[in-house]
Design a protein around this ligand. Sequence first.
Ligand code: M6R
Length: 613
Amino acid sequence: MCGIVGYIGPKRACDVLIEGLKRLEYRGYDSAGVCVYHAGRLHIAKSPGRISELEKKIAEDPAIQCGTVGIGHTRWATHGEPNEANAHPHCDLSGRIALVHNGIIENYAPLKRFLSDHGHVFRSETDTEVLAQLIGRFCQDGAETLEDAVRAALSEVGGTYGIAVMSASEPDKLVVARKGSPLIVGVGSGEYIVASDASAILEHTTNVVYLNDNEMAVVTRDSLRTMTLDNVPVSKEVEQIEWSLEQIAKGGHEHFMLKEIFEQPEVVKMCMRGRVDLRDMRIQLGGLESVTGALLRTKRLILTACGTAWHAALVGDYLFEDLARIPTEVQYASEFRYRNPIVEDDTTVIAISQSGETADTLAALREAKEKGALALGIVNVVGSTIARETDAGVYLHAGPEIGVASTKAFTCQLVVETMVALLLGRKRLLSQPVMEQYLRELAAIPDKMQRVLDKAEEIRKIAEDYVDRDNWLFLGRGYNYPIALEGALKLKEISYIHAEGLPAAEMKHGPIALIHEGMPAVFVTPQGPTYDKILGNIEEVRARRGKIIAVASEGDEGIRSCCDRVITVPDCPVALQPMLTVIPLQLLAYYAAVARGCNVDKPRNLAKSVTVE
Ligand code: M6R
């Protein structure tokens, strides 16, 4: 998704902007650009493709290399193809105002018609240029300051935006605003860095001011003023970002995804720290204390999310019904608000999201709140929009997830769901001995995860042996059915191999027609209540000469006779199995993608954080 960086201070702006844009690369983009003020004018360089292309252009432009105030952008195309003309920054008619924008201006077409009728000429197909020209028009019509013009223009537009604007007429100033798209102002010593994402700021400072929706900020060389879009001053606290630069570097691994897969034992420990209390044998979730009473009255839970987080929600469905006996359902966030959902009294909606910025999940959350639900969040990014708009919630503490394919956030989502289910379960029906057993098993999960990770080499060989197959099936039952879906999603999103995930027993109702000689079928089949049943499904595939790869329990020697390959995971209670069984599937997808020469951390067509509907 698009990324914004802005800088004002003593340093060369282009260096800070490029470095910040590189930190935002993980979000996905297809063009990039910067604008820097120098000697009375704005100087712009833009390029489709990678940031290295933009750097070449900057190297040829001495004026851009001089300025100390500027804005930059990585664009992920929505309106118009990814070319130089459509890349940001965009200017007004005079070329003296430049703007970068994340989000979508929904009424850009009538505004463009209006401006065209008044002599404006457009150089791009973007909605963003319409906003830039509108701001220019308000300046031309007598707005006293850049912020007045921005405010006036924003009152005319519908849709979502995070913007950073600069003007050659007021060169020591950046104006930023947000509605539906995140923006943060980093407060350095003698400098300010504006960004859509904390990772672009961390190199310079950990002190930040978060803008809320419908707020703007005016940043000069020595001041930061924040106000609502209606110009009511807002006083803001400077907050601390907890993530370190080291945390967002690759740490010696070839890809962020591999680093994040291997970090799972550590981040799962972090996620449980202070929450799984083995001394008093209880779960403590400070983020839910204010709503525990309401949660206990809950008659129905709705879990809503997208993609991998939706798979975590499917596991949550089993956990909340099984451990806490609360009727639970899972809804795709993208469908939720369009189906006129029934939200009765005592309904709790939990939005699950790594980024906390996924547009569909945010919209589902807002719909749920509108209808009176208690709205909770299970979110990784601290201070993200979903985290701030929920009534209460639990952070994952998984650290920054840079690889587009979600891995460590997923396992932490499972851990948080388990902790919440146990907390409620204990208050409703679980006996203390059962609770204690779960707590001990949960605490043992990081070491067991490490035992699975130790099999990485074995899993790499399996991936390489089958990487030439174009279609794969992933099958599981019960708690491991969502893991089959997740295994298929991981494989397709980073290796571009077609894969389908299914509850194993569904296979005979249609998908079995796909099985042919040599087709890999990955069965997630550790010991559990449906183990014997799934053996029958394995035989069905074998009879059609498919290749069986099984994720099975350690010590299950019997399964080897009916499988081509077996990856074992340590034993644990069935409810916790997904935290272990997903790891071989993450590694399988990773090594298949590497063997195919794919760009693992930035798969084609995908963005890390999907902030458009
Ligand atoms: O940031 P979120 O968890 O809300 O993101 C939801 C999905 O977009 C995300 O999980 C996506 O499916 C990933 N590419 C999966 O690896």
